[in-house]
Design a protein around this ligand. Sequence first.
Ligand code: 0X9
Ligand code: CA
Ligand code: ZN
Ligand code: CA
Length: 535
Amino acid sequence: MRPSRRALPRLSVALAVLLMAGLGAAAPARGTEFPKGWEGYHSYTELTTEIAQVAAAHPDIVKLFSIGQSYKGRQLWAVKVSDNVGVDENEPEVLFDGSHHSDEHMGVEMTLHIFHWLVDGYGTDPRITNIVNTREIYIVFLVNPDGAEYDIHGGRYWFWRKNRQATPGSTAIGTDLNRNYGYRWGLGGRTSSNPLAITYHGPRPFSAPETRAMRDFLASRVVDGRQQIRAAISFHELGRLVMWPYGYTLTDIPADMTADDHAALARIGRHMATTNGYRPEQASDLYITRGTTKDYEYGTYRIFAYTFEMSIKDYPDDSKIASETGRNREAVLYLMERAGCPYAVLGAALRIARCGAFDDDLEVARGWTVNPDGTDTAPAAGRFARADPAPTSRFGSKQLGTATSGRDVLVTGSRAGAKPTASDLDGSSTVRSAAIDLPATSGQHLTFRYVFAHDAASTSADTFKAVVEAQDGTRTEVFGLTGKPVDTDGRWRSASISMDPWAGQTVHLRFEAVDGGPGNLVEVEIDDVRITQPS
Ligand code: 0X9
Ligand code: CA
Ligand code: ZN
Ligand code: CA
């Protein structure tokens, strides 16, 4: 096991029981049992009791907590399952959630089954034991408990999909929680701005307490600047589908997705579909949506985020629970195993390149700090930033408008400006990575792609350096370029540096660019910063 980074607050069983007792007192008096023929499903009260009992029976590997409260004040129960569960270990994390849509009750049974597979198999089934020992698995059992309780009140079904939130300025009730997330929230396809519609997206992104709780939980899993959750499944009904992002566009690889991600998302999705007999497709192939959980998780954090549509008929009776959940066992185990590094499914070269101690395509925030020592002299517009670079040209192209992966890079002065010299460096700028734990093995390499462009007025005062900062603060230049009085156009090049001196240490990477001459032009771009597996 890796050293712990911080102890997690632990919700004691006693506290959980207290919370539940409080809820019981506040809960409406009406019955919450499913209709006859469906009693095998778990009502909110039964779910609450069940997960508290299972958690109490497995305190070494289960931590029970709530990610927040529903609109009506119900706790949104979650568990973490892992070895040393009270400690936030450096292990890949996986998230499963059930029933964003409250008329899709099979999702709750699915998340409960995953919970049982993990705790029941731990110590007896070697595959499960290995997963629990090497992953941190989060399960949010029921995202929409208010809707789920409403859907079964009075001993019949009400076909209720949304939450039970009042809409300001309307008598209509409820927001479609799978339209309320804040990534490209808006209108498109089956998404509505009409509060009466079953796909109502809410008055604004994250207007629903339930989606805010999910957002805040996801944000809480950013440690050392990096999202720890690598893979996720939301369980819906119906149609027996495995879907990957995006839902907002029909384009397979839009600007906010990389080609590697698309290849691995589809490869893993298709494999899971061979194990459960579902149809694999991009989410938008079913229909276009805006504001789904999965677009948010992938778009914001690059989580490998899948939607499963279970069942083939509405409201399957409880005799279907065992088979509809059981057929997903292999897919769920497979995804937990792949969460270590999803790119490994694309072959040995990508596994070595992208499954090491660090892998940043610069497409989302991963903890880089600009001007970490407060010593940058470049103006704000010229400093390093993670951005989509505008192309500039002056006696040939200088800043390239293309990345080596996706859309974004680290770039000094991303804008083109009124003239090419407007947004160039003009001073010094430094960017520092978050902490990186290097395994104690030789053969790891720091690799990155870079552009270092300057005009004919350049001198040796213009520099671009890569520096490794050791645990004790010692800085070692591992890569350096200096300017010459020769016009040098921008071109993507590759660097590779042995990390053997730092094996077993926690380090920070630094990139430093200096435009030391008055009136000349220097542009630096960086993409695909990685520490490879040993090779
Ligand atoms: O519409 C939804 O939210 C999901 N289907 S459901 O029948 N359970 O309501 C599908 C979401 C997947 N994304 C897209 N189809 N774009
Ligand atoms: Ca652990
Ligand atoms: Zn659904
Ligand atoms: Ca990139």
